[in-house]
Structures are given as C-alpha cells and as structure tokens.
Design a protein around this ligand. Structure first.
Ligand code: UDP
Length: 382
C-alpha cells in the first residue's frame, strides 16, 4: 500500500489531520503507540461501568466556531457551563477568583469597597492575571492579590509545578485570571462540555474513513528511521508527508538530554454511594498532596450506573521511566532552547511536520490543537 501521509499519534492532533487529509483524497496511515486511539482524551468505562478519563479530566471548551462545527460532525454534545470550586480550609469558593468569591471571603460590606477598587483599577468585566494583580500600587488591591496568591495559586502551583507562581511562565497562571465580574464559570468560552458519547467515540468516528488506516500498539521507531536527509519506511525513503505528534526528544533518543515535563499520577477511587462531592471538580489550593478531585459523573452526566468514581491528581517530575507519561511541557527559556536544538534536526526533512502539545512542546487546550490541525491539513493537503 502506498500512503500519501503518515501520522504518528492518534490524539486530537493526529486524528484531525488524518481526517482532513483523507477527505482531501489521501491515503493516510496512522501509527499509534498505545493500544487505543484518542491520546490523552481517551475515555472508557471503568470496572463499575462509570466512564472515566484515563489520562485526567478533559473539559472541552471553545469559542472557535470552525472548531466546534468540525467536531460536531463526529459527536453530539452535552453542553454545560463548567464551574470549579477551590477547597480553602474546608470552605468551597468559586475559582477563578471573581467578585462572588470576593464577597464570600470579605463579607458583603467590606467587599463593596474592594469591588470598587478593582473595577476602578481594571474595568468591569476584565480578566487580570494574578501576577499583574500583585503589582497594583493600591494597598487594598494588593491585599486582595495577596489573599488570592496565597490561597489559590501558591500551594496549588507548588504541587503542580514544584515551583512558585513567580518562577513559572506567566502564561500558565494567566490561564486562570482573576475575573472582575460575577461569572463563576471556569472558562468563558461559548461552547463548553463533553462529547455526548465520550471522546473515544468522537475520535473513533473521525478516524472511520476509507482513506485512513490505523495501526495500534506500534512504536513509530520500529517502522520509521529518521535520518538527516530522509525518513526510511519499509526499506525505502518515504517521500509522503509525516505528521509527528509525539515527544520530539524521543524521536532522537534524547541525545541532547530529556525535554523536561511534569507528569501526574492518577488515583482513581470508586464509592458505592451516589455522590462524592456534589460537583465535577474541586481544586485543593491550600492543602493535600493532590491538586484536584474530579468526579466523573458530574462531567459526563452519566446516570445509568450505580456508585461514583473520582480521580485525584498527584503531580511529579517526569523522568522518562517506563509507564510515566509527559503531560505538561515546562515552559522556560532553557527548555525552549533545548527544544529548538531537537527541532533543528528536522531541517533536512521538509516533509516532516510537528503538531500538538508534545511535538511542539506547548501548553495547548484541545480546541487550539484542533484549530492548528485543521490549519496544517489545509496547508499541506493534496
Ligand atoms: N492554578 C492554581 N490554582 C487553581 C487553578 C490553577 O494555582 O486553583 C494555576 C496552576 O499553576 C495551574 C495553572 O494555574 O497549573 C493553570 O491551571 P489550569 O486549570 O488551566 O490547568 P490544567 O487544567 O491545564 O491542568
């Protein structure tokens, strides 16, 4: 079989490109290392029949119309406004920190004046990263910043990244800004929720096309040899397109050292009772060793099974040991230089494209990956 394109990885990036190239008339081969498709979005029923996200909770959200329309060809949706609570010394408060949170922390009377200070400083409806709030010259605003920093960001970030908020890329804490509004939603995107039958079913349908062949449990390095000027497949130079969505350092046996990542240990627990925490996600921002607890039934809306399953997330530094999974690129200048060193090795391979969180060493949301995949497919398709 002659393939026009070869795609390494069947997560969001790989599946979207595969579909678009196949729709353009190409023969596409997808090589997937794991025994299943869907990448880290993969979901499945656990031993109790409760649908879980094996690689951590994935809540889809987007304001990109084309992304939503593209995915909607392969799934119906369970749309809802996603909310998160922070457990702060046993009390549940809305995150991102917003004007409702402010009232709960300071009481209505004191909050009234503080709200005015925030609105005067930033404008109603604005989104202010914690690191910016901390720089405000008004001591009253800075006191709020101190509260939010200490109770929402510091300990959670220490757990998640092993570093303080000021030591990590501001883009990361900037994902969860302080909202100068009464919006309790975690995301402000137009569409948010879950694929109705799950992510696996959505990606399965996407990959179900006569032009697409998926091979599971195949390490691409057993099939492909990346030389400086060509990629060898089945004994010959492969002249089609190769879209690589895996970790870039691993393609080159980590010869310059490993690209650093944060990983997570997921501890799943099942309870014979109907409900565990009454909501989908609780962030533990001042104590515990795990960062958050997700109760899947509240995300998926599943009602046809008894009991409930939760997952606790324990972050740690990825070492590359067997079984560990690199989830989050650690964005700092040194790591970006290392990444570029690996990327430079592809200079002689103009038919190889890097796409996705791992291959690009970026902190992408699902919708951004889908958008980038659509754009790449458009640019390189037949
Ligand atoms: N963060 C935090 N406390 C929270 C939520 C987020 O300190 O309650 C910080 C933390 O550094 C985290 C980052 O903001 O890694 C981004 O959070 P997000 O919820 O976007 O992380 P993800 O869901 O991608 O793991």
């Amino acid at each position: 079989m002659m393939y026009d394109s070869m795609i390494i990885g069947s997560g969001a990036a790989g599946s979207v490109v595969a579909r678009k190239l196949a729709e353009a008339g190409e023969q596409v081969l997808v090589l997937e290392k794991r025994p299943h498709i869907g990448g880290n979005c993969y979901d499945r029923p656990d031993d109790y029949g409760i649908v879980i996200h094996e690689y951590g909770p994935h809540i889809f959200h987007t304001s990109e119309e084309d992304v939503f329309q593209f995915l909607s060809q392969f799934t119906d949706w369970r749309l809802f406004d996603h909310e998160v609570a922070a457990n702060i010394h046993g009390r549940l408060l809305p995150v991102p920190f917003n004007l409702n949170t402010l009232s709960m922390v300071y009481g209505e009377a004191e909050a009234k004046e503080l709200k005015k200070s925030l609105i005067d400083a930033y404008g109603a409806g604005s989104r202010v990263p914690i690191m910016r709030l901390r720089e405000n010259p008004n001591p009253k605003v800075r006191a709020i910043a101190d509260y939010v920093y200490e109770n929402i960001f510091l300990h959670y970030t220490m757990k998640q990244w092993g570093q303080k908020p000021e030591e990590i890329d501001p883009e990361v804490t900037g994902r969860v800004p302080i909202l100068i509004s009464y919006d309790n939603r975690y995301f402000q995107d137009k569409y948010q929720g879950m694929p109705k039958e799950g992510y696996t079913a959505m990606f399965q349908k996407m990959l179900d096309h006569p032009g697409i062949t998926v091979r599971l449990s195949v390490d691409c390095k057993d099939e492909l040899t990346f030389l400086s000027d060509r990629v060898v497949f089945a004994g010959e130079a492969f002249t089609g397109k190769i879209i690589y969505t895996g970790a870039l350092d691993e393609l080159f046996d980590c010869e310059y050292g490993r690209l650093p990542y944060r990983s997570l240990d997921f501890h799943f627990e099942h309870f014979a009772r109907e409900d565990f925490q009454g909501r989908s996600v609780v962030n533990y921002t001042v104590d515990q060793e795990y960062t958050r607890i997700t109760e899947f039934k509240h995300l998926t809306g599943q009602t046809d099974v008894d009991g409930t399953t939760i997952v606790k997330e324990y972050p740690f530094a990825y070492t590359g040991a067997d079984g560990e999974i690199p989830y989050y690129a650690i964005l700092n200048p040194e790591n970006k230089v290392l990444y570029q060193k690996y990327a430079a090795k592809l200079q002689g391979l103009p038919n190889v494209y890097l796409l996705g969180r791992l291959a690009e060493y970026k902190y992408y949301n699902i919708d951004t990956i889908v958008k980038k995949a659509l754009q790449l497919a458009e640019a390189i398709r037949r």
